[in-house]
Design a protein around this ligand. Structure first.
Ligand code: PMP
Length: 426
């Protein structure tokens, strides 16, 4: 049996921080990351032999649970036909047809290999289409790590953006305006001042990278209005929410149609996949039809398409999202009630298969500042308590949790019983 401490020490000798994506390193909660050997249904199995009920689901993709037999069978069949061709396949058309049929805003769609690529390409397309440089994003939203998007607000909400990472040129960051999420008045003000220069708004229609923060009524509607009035392109980044909060994503749930949509996570079924799509006249600006360049050696990879297609087929079945939402409600409400009984102040948000836990006296969390004001130390103790109980939550107070179709009520109730014991010790 191998313990995670030894494995992590070895990884640190060859990989920066021992991980290939920073949040995996447990920096937010302390301690050593769990090394995973395999996963099945709602469970992760650590290299230490321990089983964990998993609410991370590879950060969102595993909406059917891990190692789903139908998905694995489709992948095995694709693997047997070869791993990559760099030429068109019918699987890509099948995937595109499915996405166009299910996502209201999408007339045409292009596959890429990550969410970062999807958002980066959508922004280039919006800039190319409008001939404008400025973009609007929101504090607490994450859209991948491309240069234009690693930008935070300047000293005031409507000042030039400043890089949030060394290596991002200030001359690029100044084109990004970062505004407070769920604040329609500031959006209107920004468009009164800069509307004619703004190429696009990019937004997570349910924020999932500052824990889970749904849009307040009127917020998404305002984004649609200001884009219509100014000619800016509205981009919904549904990398996380697509096929996670509802069939057709948050745009289907809230009834707001963006101009472009970015997808990832669930549409790859666990393989490295992203996509961006939208209105015909905008998508026609892309190479080879139009002048906006974008490409990818492994884009539309046949193995990835097989996993994604099978996953979409399964989530399209009647009642899939009703059942998933009911499970999420059972878990989130169950946690809230048990925390209350233990005298631990806890606020919960949930939408579809996504949930967020906030250790705070506030009844409703809808703003970035409210998320930041939560008790992080208490979260850390809760996280480690649950880990000891065999429940794997995201190792950060700023990440959403995910329920999958493979989490049955017995698994959810065992989680609630574990939480009851941990709340009693908080
Ligand atoms: N957009 C959103 C909303 C995301 O949640 C993420 C990843 N968490 C990304 C973009 C970037 O995706 P990737 O990590 O696949 O590059």
């Amino acid at each position: 049996m191998l313990d995670s401490t030894t494995l992590f020490a070895d990884a640190n000798r060859f990989i920066p921080g021992g991980v290939n994506s920073p949040v995996r390193a447990f920096r937010g909660v302390g301690g050593t990351p769990v090394f995973v050997e395999r996963a099945e249904g709602p469970y992760l199995y650590g290299a230490d032999g321990k089983a964990y009920i998993d609410y991370v689901g590879s950060w969102g993709p595993m909406v059917l649970g891990h190692a789903d037999p139908d998905v694995l069978q489709a992948v095995h069949a694709a693997v047997d036909r070869g791993l990559s061709f760099g030429a068109p396949t019918v699987a890509e058309t099948a995937m595109a047809k499915m996405v166009c049929a299910l996502v209201p805003s999408v007339d045409r769609v292009r596959m890429v290999s990550s969410g970062t690529e999807a958002t980066m390409s959508a922004i280039r397309l919006a800039r190319g289409y409008t001939g404008r440089d400025k973009i609007v994003k929101f504090e607490g939203c994450y859209h991948g790590h491309s240069d234009s998007l690693l930008v935070k607000a300047g000293s005031g909400a409507l000042t030039l953006g400043v890089p949030s990472s060394p290596g991002v040129p200030a001359s690029l960051a100044e084109h990004t305006l970062t505004l407070p999420y769920n604040d329609a008045a500031v959006v209107r003000e920004a468009f009164e001042r800069h509307g004619h220069e703004i190429a696009c708004i990019i937004v997570e229609p349910v924020a999932g990278n500052m824990n889970c923060v749904p849009p307040v009524p009127g917020f998404l509607e305002t984004l649609r209005d200001v884009c219509d009035a100014s000619g800016a392109v509205l981009i919904f980044d549904e990398v996380m929410t697509g096929f996670r909060v509802a069939l057709g994503g948050a745009q289907a749930l809230y009834g707001i149609c963006p101009d472009l949509t970015t997808l990832g996570k669930v549409i790859g079924g666990g393989m490295p996949v992203g996509a961006f799509g939208g209105r015909l006249d905008i998508m026609e600006q892309l190479a080879p039809l139009g002048p906006v360049y974008q490409a990818g050696t492994l884009s539309g990879n046949p193995v990835a398409m097989a996993a994604g297609l099978k996953t979409l087929e399964r989530v399209s079945r009647p009642k899939f999202f009703d059942e998933l939402s009911e499970k999420t409600r059972h878990l989130a409400e169950g946690l809230r009630i048990r925390a209350e009984q233990a005298g631990v102040p806890l606020s919960v948000n949930w939408v579809g298969g996504m949930f967020g836990l906030f250790f705070t006296e506030q009844q409703r969390v809808s703003r970035f500042e409210q998320v930041m004001a939560c008790d992080q130390e208490r979260f850390r103790r809760f996280f480690h308590g649950m880990l000891e109980e065999g429940v794997y939550l995201a190792p950060s107070a700023f990440e959403a949790g995910f329920v999958s179709a493979a989490h049955d009520y017995d698994v959810l109730d065992r989680t609630l019983t574990a939480a009851e014991r941990v709340f009693a010790r908080l």
